[in-house]
Design a protein around this ligand. Sequence first.
Ligand code: NIG
Ligand code: FE
Length: 415
Amino acid sequence: MSIKLIGPFRQLVTLRQLPKKGPLKDEQLEIISEGGLVVQDEKILAVGKFDQLKSEYANQEVSYELLEGDFIGLPGLVDAHTHICFGGSRAMDFAARNAGKTYLEIAGEGGGIWSTVKHTRAATQQQLTAKMSTRMDRLLANGVTTVEAKSGYGLAPDQELKMLRAIKNAGANHKMDVVATCLAAHIIPKDIQGGEQEYLLQILEEIVPVVQKENLCRRFDIFTEQSAFSVDGSREYLKKLKALGFDLTVHGDQFTPGGSGVAIDCGALSVDHLEASGDAEIKALAASEVIPVALPGASLGLGCPFTPARKLLDLGCSLAIASDWNPGSAPQGDLLTQASILATFEKLSTTEVFAGITFRAAAALGLSDRGRLAVGMLADCVAFPGTDYREILYLQGSLKPVRVWKGGEVVVGNH
Ligand code: NIG
Ligand code: FE
């Protein structure tokens, strides 16, 4: 494929030299003024000053994508935790919560996740793909070039497989990359014979072999919580999946601590939520390679405390930030808005937030080929209008991308 030079960006924010763990200061941010990117075969060939790159590549056949106006370039955003494959709405849960009921009370009365299960079961695979694709269009327009998407509203083998096939098809037919995760262990279905043990065994015996045969996903998730799956049951289940070669992630410490320890014991890539994590959990995470993922959209949706992001970073953890877009706890789905709000409440630097929605989020998905503007990385990039990178979080998501590239190709915006 031919070589393309893109630029000049007033500011090109590369994130290329930043560490995976620990706090980050804005002084550490590499900003190339009047920067440019050279791309070939979906990858970045060179990063630097636009004029310098122009002369370096003068003797080669190069096409130019000239940016006229003020562009701030960042790596394409990575939303590492979503539930964007679902049917129905949970507006009634929202109203009930605001009238005084808790998330867990609503779930106990047959609303909550179970109500989305009923709507998702009633939808066809094609309908789910279509709904998910529309949501992905919005994510891409907001600068997200890689999204994770979970099953978990089927809660029976045929229904979970329907969801995973819908997710696979949505990914195959969209410009953005989709990382699928099986969350069959979301809650114990209300219509199953037996309890936790029987259901987890059913997943292992009836879902996993089909997932492997059809290559539906490489990751498994579980909701470890008093209202969902026990610590011991979660650990045993995840260890079996690990032995089969799957990547793991855990919904943990959302209302009560427990899930983060499971994630550490099982060598999970990430543990997501952590609103209820205390010092002991945070210290244990800092000593591990598990990436904590904050989900501010769920805190905003439920009116709950935020994940202790500042403390996680200060004690030496990594920190990814994801939208958790789902119909129940996090219906808003705008990663940049949520990450900006988390920054104001948790006193995060712009660099910590940028890292959390790019390369640290990619690491939470086990991906090291994206999230930084560096040689050899995928040429996924998002440009915002302006001349000062701080405008992006300051405007809390109201500043929208002017252009988005996936693998060097313009997928949002004109040129
Ligand atoms: O990440 N906590 C569990 N699962 C989702 C909520 C799903 C739902 O309420 O539909 C979450 O918040
Ligand atoms: Fe979630």
